[in-house]
Design a protein around this ligand. Sequence first.
Ligand code: VG1
Ligand code: CO
Length: 543
Amino acid sequence: MQIVTVSKGPFEGQKPGTSGLRKKTRVFMEPGYLECFVQSVFNAIGGAQGKSFVVGGDGRYYNREAIQSILRMAAANGAARVIVGQGGLLSTPAVSNLIRQRGTDGGLVLSASHNPGGIDADFGIKYNISNGGPAPENITAGIFEQTRSISSYATLDTPDIDLSTVGPASLGGMVVEVVDPVTEYQALMETLFDFDRIAGLFKGGFTLRFDAMHAVTGPYAKAILEDRLGAPAGSVVNAVPSEDFGGGHPDPNPVWAKELMDLMMSDAAPDFGAASDGDGDRNMIVGRGVYVTPSDSLAVLAANAHLAPGYRAGLAGVARSMPTSGASDRVAAKLGINSFETPTGWKFFGNLLDAGKVTLCGEESAGTGSDHVREKDGLWAVLLWLNILAEAGRSVEQILTDHWAEFGRNYYSRHDYEAVPTEAAQAVMDRVSQRLGDLPGTVAAGQTVSAADSFAYHDPVDGSVSENQGLRVSFEGGGRAVLRLSGTGTEGATLRVYLEQYADPQADHGLDAETALAGVRDALLEIADLGTLIGRTEPDVRT
Ligand code: VG1
Ligand code: CO
């Protein structure tokens, strides 16, 4: 085996964000760019010698080339074994599962998740550790440190290896094991859910539309929902992964999954609608005529998870990211179980899950998951919903309205201001930061501020502290606004404004969310002075 050392690097700006390194595809295609990052990962974890990894991606443009390059590099760095999905495909939760089932040292996920794909769109890479979860901050900081001084990477001068057939292959002394992307993931799902019961639902005429958004969950959803559970052929749509996701954003929300939303709000709606994102870790849940916000979905799943075999013993606790609504806290309080508020990004749930402090986790951005893996898991959320519907014998709408009648409703919406000049977005954050101390007691657009702070997370397991994780302003009467800058964008800054208004069990739960949130929104616009600082008061996307 002839190891080739290529002099390259360092490249500027290889700092992992909320979920790995994301850049324009053309940036990743610059000679040595991907390779220097991967070599930095290997260097940061003490080398790859003798180690084993899982590698797979969501099938976007450059996925295949990136995987071939990573395989050569892993072999040149002395790795013993790499497990890779057939055709280079693996969903993020499937990578997490394989790392855990096979006991590998870690894994690399090629994806920019919900960001569009293509040569002029986005690409990404993320390193996961041996518990199957995204590398925590101390490790991503170490990787970044390596990227700043790297000057070469190791690879082999070998042809591409065939990833189209399942089975073992060899690359310069390293074992490459090509696996079917679905098999082991499906086996895990069968241990958690009552598949016979869900199959019975479909036998009884229950109808479903699952929109895979031309992304990686297509093959998983076809195999599990149609072939195994008996949903009629054609229930899963847009099921063939494409390099540019059919030209769309593979982001399962009412804006980007509009076709599904329109169907679900029409007379032709099936009983249940769902969608997943580029890499299969997000989910959107829609009932006939009713959209379930991700924050509500987490709360409903927490309240009903015991109906599925995998959670029959109850939950240890529930964790949510800070901007996610407080709906799940109310369920946790009633159940008398732990609840935690973490910074945005799944990497913060890993310690809580490993320590057995929580069983379910969720984020407002359509991510829900449990201790079965260490990532959020789109199809898992769909199956848990289906298991609950099968057991409860109620519609999505009934489950939701019953939930609100018991716990109250947390009206919720996220407003994204995209491609804002970086300095202007920072000016908004600075302005609100400077005022935090003075805000309590003041009135903005008729709303009295009850508390305001910059969120800092103290990890109860390892004691680490993560500061500046978003600015939060609470109002008397149950309103809350949160401001933070996205850590996954690739163009300018994306300013996220998260709005929430609690309505107690007796209140009206039938309002349009934007109407119910108008008071909190106006107060936030005044406090942050968005009109002056970024010249806009209307977001690009409301989800
Ligand atoms: C966004 C979401 C966050 C999520 C992250 C990765 O981050 O808000 O909740 O964990 O994407 O999701 P940000 O920093 O842009 O707000 V995914 O599906 O990319 O793995
Ligand atoms: Co994703």
